[in-house]
Write a protein that binds this ligand. Structure first.
Ligand SMILES: Cc1cc2nc3c(=O)[nH]c(=O)nc-3n(C[C@H](O)[C@H](O)[C@H](O)COP(=O)(O)OP(=O)(O)OC[C@H]3O[C@@H](n4cnc5c(N)ncnc54)[C@H](O)[C@@H]3O)c2cc1C
Length: 511
């Protein structure tokens, strides 16, 4: 054994790195792939952090070495997938672990259409692997840039009442705990850990493997239609959300209109998407520039939004484009510019009330008919506000921290605010406070990954009957507090720092 192995990292790990990295089976030192100058930021560049070490392990042994060292040195670990969570869930000044280099196929079960994958695999890589086998993901959100572990960690969803969230396809997973032990879990094995880890917020350990349940590949015939928003609300309770397998609505509050996008499986030949005005550089640049000017002259926003709506779709009601595409191409979309997003899950039947009250508020709210106790004066918002659905009551195995409704279908309302050239629009916090007040009034719960600003720890505990179980299990599997990061402490765990990790830190401080 070379006692000087990994000398460059001793400043961070002490001598432990030489002994712990020694692999007697191979007679070599396990690689410790660390960078000391990594600058982390979220996709929308809303949050930044400088981790002490940025670690990109490529094998399970390398992951275990990191965990064992972190425990010995009293370090916290935050795992980051693709960094697409809009809030600061992934920020840390301690050790940041990324599994981009741990993303291969571990096992294939062709009979059951299941793939066991290393958890750093991105959704687009997984979709490609599935496609090679004639399989597909049953459901998807708007993009495929996320890692599979990151996507399920915050309960990423798509838009379909015939599906739950993406975690529905995760039939098993392996998690490495702060002890260095790896536990496999599923509905049959370590069930509690499985249900807690389906939405783990990175707080239980490092998910290293996921068993993914695929479906036979399918194509989707989709169409989008311009419909006046009040007409959609009138049809809410008929077949609006059930007439297609996948359906979503983009609500444009300054246009009086929405787009209803719907898709069903088909055997028709593939047909390209229609031209997208803001898919071209000129449309995209002029839209972003107009939004940028609107940050100084916010009253321009409705004019910009109406213009963009008519360029991208059409002003008259009726069909506004269709295509036939592979499922992963059809379900994903262009999310345009860096953005703030605040998405809440409310009961589906509350949708019309939510949209009407928010529209009233955005229209000036004379006489405070919306009931929202914040002034709408000077507030101008971006479009669309995304309106999507899921039904996790169809999901056999429910994550304990599933934010969707437990007794019926869920509506997700996503208040997007673009950050043109990375500039926040004015008064965004008042808008989000008002929006969140309304969502809470309607029994809502925020999407874990997004930019909610007014929800306290006490409120989260009140929102989740399983929160106590989740926190107790978390403390039991991570007595070292290695995965109790700042975000979790602020939002769920509290600031009490009585974990074993603190004691280790204190001991290190004394030596
Ligand atoms: C443009 C855009 C579009 C989006 N569209 C949708 C959408 O349609 N529907 C939706 O619901 N959400 C959507 N999101 C949110 C996104 O799906 C989630 O934030 C998702 O968690 C991001 O995955 P990630 O790989 O980037 O994970 P990160 O953001 O990097 O991490 C998220 C969480 O996962 C944890 N984590 C990551 N890897 C592991 C691991 N191996 N083990 C344990 N914990 C881990 C992290 O610690 C963190 O807590 C979108 C976000 C953006 C920016």
């Amino acid at each position: 054994m070379d006692p000087g192995a990994h000398r460059e990292f001793r400043k961070y790990t002490g001598d432990a790195i030489s002994t712990l990295s020694w692999d007697a089976n191979t007679g070599t030192h396990i690689p410790f792939r660390a960078s000391v100058s990594h600058k982390h930021h979220t996709w929308a560049k809303t949050h930044f952090s400088n981790p002490e070490l940025f670690l990109q392990p490529r094998t399970e042994k390398e992951i275990r070495l990191i965990v064992n060292l972190a425990r010995q040195c009293g370090k916290r670990i935050v795992v980051v997938g693709s960094g697409h969570s809009p809030n600061d869930l992934t920020c840390t000044s301690s050790w940041m672990v990324n599994l981009d280099g741990f993303s291969s196929i571990a096992l294939e079960n062709s009979r059951e259409l299941q793939l066991e994958v290393e958890a750093g695999i991105r959704l687009y890589q997984l979709a490609n692997e599935l496609e090679k086998r004639g399989w597909a993901m049953p459901n998807l959100g708007s993009i495929t840039a996320q890692s599979i572990a990151g996507a399920i960690a915050t309960n990423t969803h798509g838009s379909s009442l015939m599906h739950g969230t993406l975690s529905q396809a995760v039939v098993g997973l392996t998690i490495m705990l702060s002890s260095g032990e790896s536990l496999r879990c599923s509905a049959m094995e370590n069930e509690d850990l499985y249900h807690a880890a389906l939405v783990s917020l990175g707080g239980l350990g490092i998910i290293t493997h996921i068993v993914f349940q695929a479906v036979p590949a399918f194509n989707l015939a989709w169409k989008q239609e311009v419909v006046k928003t009040p007409r959609i609300l009138d049809n809410w309770k008929t077949d609006l959300w059930t007439r297609s397998e996948f359906i979503r609505m983009w609500w444009f509050p300054y246009s009086g209109r929405s787009i209803v996008w719907s898709a069903n499986r088909t055997e028709e030949p593939l047909r390209e998407r229609p031209h997208s005005w803001y898919g071209g550089w000129l449309g995209r640049f002029s839209y972003e520039l107009a939004l940028y000017f609107s940050t100084w002259f916010p009253w321009l926003t409705p004019i910009v939004e109406r213009y963009v709506f008519s360029m991208q779709y059409r002003w008259e009601e009726g069909p506004a484009g269709s295509a036939v595409q592979k499922s992963q191409d059809a379900l994903t979309m262009d999310c345009l510019f860096p953005q703030l997003v605040n998405e809440w899950a409310i009961p589906l039947e509350k949708g019309p009330e939510a949209i009407q009250r928010l529209q009233t508020w955005l229209d000036g709210d004379k006489g405070n008919k919306s009931g929202i106790p914040f002034s709408p004066k000077g507030i101008y918002v971006h479009a669309p506000i995304e309106v999507r659905v899921a039904d996790t009551t169809v999901q056999a195995e429910k994550p304990w921290l599933d934010q969707s409704c437990q007794t019926g279908p869920t509506l997700y309302l996503n208040a997007t605010l673009y950050r043109p050239f990375l500039k926040n629009p004015p008064e965004w916090e008042r808008y989000y406070n008002a929006f969140e007040w309304l969502m809470k009034d309607l029994g809502g719960r925020p999407h874990w990954a997004k930019n909610f600003i007014s929800t306290s720890r006490e409120e989260f505990w009140g929102m989740y009957p399983k929160m106590k179980d989740w926190v107790e299990l978390r403390d039991a599997v991570d007595p070292h507090g290695m995965f109790a990061n700042d975000w979790l402490k602020r939002n769920l765990l509290g600031d009490e720092d009585d974990t074993e990790l603190t004691q280790i830190k204190e001991q290190i401080g004394k030596t």
